[in-house]
Ligand binder design. Sequence first.
Ligand code: AHM
Ligand code: MG
Length: 324
Amino acid sequence: MQLLSNFLKHKKIDSELIELIDTLMLACKEIALQLREGELAGVLGVSDNTNIQGETQKKLDIIANEVLKKVLLDNPIVRGVASEEEDFPVFGNSDGRFLVTFDPLDGSSNIDINVSVGTIFSILEVPAGVHENSVDLFLQPGVQQLAAGYVLYGPSAVLSLTTGDGVNMFTLAHTGDFLLTHEDVTIPADTSEFAINMSNQRFWEPGMRNYIDDLLAGSEGSRGRNFNMRWVASMVAEVHRILTRGGIFTYPWDSREPQKPGKLRLMYEGNPMSMLIEQAGGKSSTCYSRIMEIQPDAIHQRVSVALGSRNEVDTLLEYHQANK
Ligand code: AHM
Ligand code: MG
């Protein structure tokens, strides 16, 4: 089995990008250790803090954020980082080449019940000739990502990574190394499995409501077959399932906060997950357009997300077109 860094060298990935991915994995290994200790390390439960989106931070949200920030900014190739848990980007070496955005611990409502969570990251390059540090450096569409991925902290810790040439998975071994365990991941184009928080049904647009109604009608409805449902409430776990066996995941716009496009964040969740899904042959959309082509105008911008098996996402888009 191949080591992550050897695999990337073999693929002729830029050596500084390999160094950055190694640095990220150093932080993720530390987070994996803290998660494994759980209650024993006194890291479960909520803190007294709220983040910029008004969510109460878990102790482990804060720990994971601090670990990633410190480890990344200690490396001079990093110009700056932007985190779901920080109000503003934080800058490091002014000559650094890379920008990293991350959700330190996605799905953190699962921490206290010992269910899978994950770290999601996206790597961008500092635009040429820009010397001033500002949030604008980060506001690049997803198509400009150099690399993206997540580490799922489940029964085993797994890195799913793309550098723009397919998706590969690496499992954290007891030696502390990430070893290649799944090469060239491909998502089946068709699926009979969907993931959505059904409790929000009454707040959805008609297109989404009609689409889900037809899935629930199963073999008696227009789709002519039965569909199964999964909802882990941890996007990393949902995307991992879809990369492994196909499926569709959506967190759509809903009428509770009509001015916001959805719950998930473009820079920390939407873009990196879209790059992984597209690189594995799947499709990712807001239900109307490609997520990775959105020009961001704010670092904590929200986005409506529908991603997974290509043909099923296309079907969902047709429902939205028909109900516009
Ligand atoms: P978080 O980044 O604050 O953890 O929120 C994102 C998570 C996703 O992982 C998951 O898909 C979704 O929120 C679950 O939402 P809900 O609580 O509505 O089920
Ligand atoms: Mg989060």
